[in-house]
Design a protein around this ligand. Structure first.
Ligand code: ZN
Length: 252
């Protein structure tokens, strides 16, 4: 990856790449992506847009060099595009006949199932974030991380973790530049949902909103506090209402 930056020879154009493990071509068929993989592709493409459309003068403020609370927002927002029937109709197609789109019934089932088990999956995100924060803020060394995690699991999830698991050993975010920042995924998602309200209102393919988003959010990188950028893009202070709505919750 090459960060955007002003140099004596003009602007250094940023370069980004997605390296992913997707379904390889097999049995004479081309690589056919699952919906989950397409969602991942859109997510990562959100990061790529953030990195390549930057206009920041310094590499340290360029693209995704933003606060951890916000870094996942552009990528998470782009996931919404693969949960829109019209977009999916445009994107999908039988590999032998692109006019053969995902059937209406399948699209409806996918939309209906999106929120399936949301309660559990989002509570688990809270558990991971709390575990991450606890491990990094503990005044004493946490020697038995598995027991510590299992206890926290029971406390947060309301049931015991599967026996014999060693989840902390597979939780790369603990030490991959995200340390004590995993909560940023949920926090960013609240911003992502809020930013998406503008596209929801004016159209997912609306070029004016897209350009506005590009100028105000993507080009700025870390030059300005995300809260200030969000306020400018939304025309109001950001809030969590859209996020709760996404979860199917209403705050009364
Ligand atoms: Zn991401």
């Amino acid at each position: 990856m090459i960060s955007g930056a002003s140099t004596q020879n003009g602007y250094q154009e940023p370069v980004s790449v997605i390296v992913g493990n997707f379904n390889p071509p097999a049995d004479g068929k081309p690589s056919l992506l699952s919906h989950d993989e397409v969602e991942t592709m859109f997510h990562e493409f959100g990061h790529i847009m953030h990195q390549t459309l930057t206009k920041a003068p310094f590499a340290s403020l360029s693209g995704t060099s933003v606060k951890t609370d916000f870094v996942e927002a552009p990528s998470q927002m782009l996931e919404e595009w693969v949960w829109n029937k019209d977009i999916l109709r445009t994107l999908s197609g039988h590999y032998k006949n692109n006019d053969e789109k995902l059937p209406e019934e399948v699209l409806k089932t996918m939309m209906d199932l999106r929120k399936y088990d949301y309660g559990k999956s989002y509570t688990k995100q809270v558990l991971y974030a709390l575990f991450d924060l606890s491990i990094h803020s503990s005044s004493e060394p946490v020697l038995d991380v598995t027991t510590f995690y299992n206890d926290l699991h029971e406390q947060v999830m309301g049931f015991k973790a599967a026996q014999g698991n060693h989840f902390p050993a597979t939780f790369g975010h603990l030490m991959s530049g995200y340390e004590a920042g995993y909560y940023g995924y949920l926090w960013s998602e609240a911003y992502a949902a809020d930013m998406f309200t503008r596209f929801e209102h004016d159209g997912l393919l609306n070029p004016q909103v897209g350009m506005n988003y590009r100028h105000i959010i993507l080009e700025q990188g870390g030059m300005q506090d995300p809260f200030v950028l969000l306020k400018e893009f939304l025309g109001r202070e950001p809030d969590s209402e859209a996020f709760y709505k996404k979860l199917g919750l209403t705050l009364k």
